[in-house]
Design a protein around this ligand. Structure first.
Ligand code: GLY
Length: 394
């Protein structure tokens, strides 16, 4: 009798363990299939998916100047990487080439990295097409025009200089744009693109990141002597609060900056940012849009923050020498992906996106509890990163 009970307990716990193991391939297949469906709905369209509100089923689209324009081509490149489907590759090339005009002229803002690295950067990584490399270098040179050597960062939003009286402003999101500069510098671009990226990451480490390793959204600097005036918010709840996606950008950006430079202080910063993110997560595992919104637990969630952080932490975990640190970041990322892949967050047949429940700009009242293209991009990127880790572990 006793042994029968024991066997059944073991059987239950063994099956439970099986049930609980995250199925990376299933999630990747879901993304590829949804991408194929969206492609067929987008035939002959030359604008790019950005968001879907809860009363809609299809992507609302934007032009190439929108800061999110690189995510759809990026998803196509990742879906091609995951599947080898040459029809998707054809679409990836088509939508990537739409963005070429962004490589020339004067920069409007810092988002060129999001736009061109996700599209042309992924395209170059997968195809080694030399024309893509030229676009990357040209755009990086254009982005570098926003660099202020007195401050040591790239200006994020020229439009906010007068509007908000932020003489030189740099947002935590801007860490992601550095990947374009690093990529250009190592593929034939000028060394100063690398130097600018390193200086930007260093300056932000001492200004956008607070002593407790939470982050400001915006750092405002003086243009006469370059000093840091104040940290404020634009998309978060308050100047002193912790905007969830901003913390995700920080984790992702400092991990990537470590990969590109080998500078240990960037790695340590990424770890501390990740520790804060993990420690502030609510019980159900997905962050609210801002960790300090007083409306919690009734505040909106942000699946995009979870996806960005998961992708960043998977890369971070691979740089860990200590096995327990490696497992800490890997398991935290898998926990985020598991929750995002549950019926609560997967869009399934609800709409064309992969994921539901992201928050774009709560203070402006826009994209609240919506499907947003960058949540899908970082979700798919994280799945591919996890798949590679699993394959290497075999
Ligand atoms: N880069 C803008 C955002 O994260 O919403």
């Amino acid at each position: 009798m006793m042994s029968a009970i024991l066997v059944s307990i073991l059987a239950v716990s063994c099956c439970k363990e099986k049930e609980e193991k995250f199925d990376t391939q299933k999630a990747l297949d879901y993304c590829v299939e949804k991408t194929q469906k969206t492609i067929s709905n987008l035939a002959d369209v030359d604008s790019l998916p950005r968001n879907i509100y809860s009363n809609q089923t299809q992507w609302n689209k934007v032009g190439i100047e929108d800061w999110t324009s690189g995510f759809w081509p990026g998803i196509l490149w990742y879906a091609y990487e995951a599947s080898g489907d040459t029809m998707i590759e054809k679409e990836a090339r088509k939508f990537t080439s739409l963005l070429e005009p962004l490589a020339y002229g004067e920069p409007l803002d810092h988002d060129l990295g999001f736009q061109i690295f996700n599209s042309y950067g992924n395209g170059y990584r997968l195809t080694k097409d030399s024309a893509y490399k030229e676009i990357i270098i040209s755009t990086a040179n254009k982005l570098s025009k926003l660099y202020n050597p007195k401050v040591g960062t790239i200006l994020s939003w020229p439009v906010m200089v007068e509007k908000m009286n932020w003489p030189h402003n740099t947002i935590i999101d801007n860490m992601i744009n550095l990947e374009l500069l690093f990529s250009a510098a190592k593929n034939g671009g000028d060394q100063h693109l690398y130097d600018i990226a390193v200086q930007h990451a260093e300056t932000c480490m001492h200004t956008l990141i607070r002593p407790d390793y939470s982050t400001f959204h915006v750092a405002v600097f003086d243009t006469i002597d370059g000093h840091f005036i104040k940290g404020v918010t634009h998309q978060g709840y308050a100047d002193s609060s912790l905007w969830a996606r901003g913390q995700g950008w920080g984790i992702y950006g400092y991990t990537m900056s470590y990969r590109e430079t080998g500078k240990v202080e960037f790695l340590e910063t990424a770890m501390k940012l990740a520790d804060v993110f993990i420690s502030r997560l609510p019980e159900d595992g997905i962050p609210y849009w801002d960790f300090n919104d007083p409306d919690i637990p009734n505040a909106p969630k942000d699946a995009s923050a979870a996806a960005v952080a998961a992708s960043g932490m998977l890369e971070l975990s691979e740089f860990m020498k200590d096995e327990s640190d490696k497992l800490k970041y890997r398991n935290a990322a898998i926990a985020l992906l598991t929750k995002l892949s549950s019926p609560e967050y997967l869009s399934g047949d609800t709409n064309e996106a992969f994921l539901l429940h992201s928050t774009g700009h709560k203070p402006k009242g826009s994209e609240i509890d919506a499907s947003i293209i960058y949540a899908d991009y970082y979700y798919l990127e994280a799945l591919l990163r996890l798949k590679k880790i699993e394959n290497n572990d075999k």
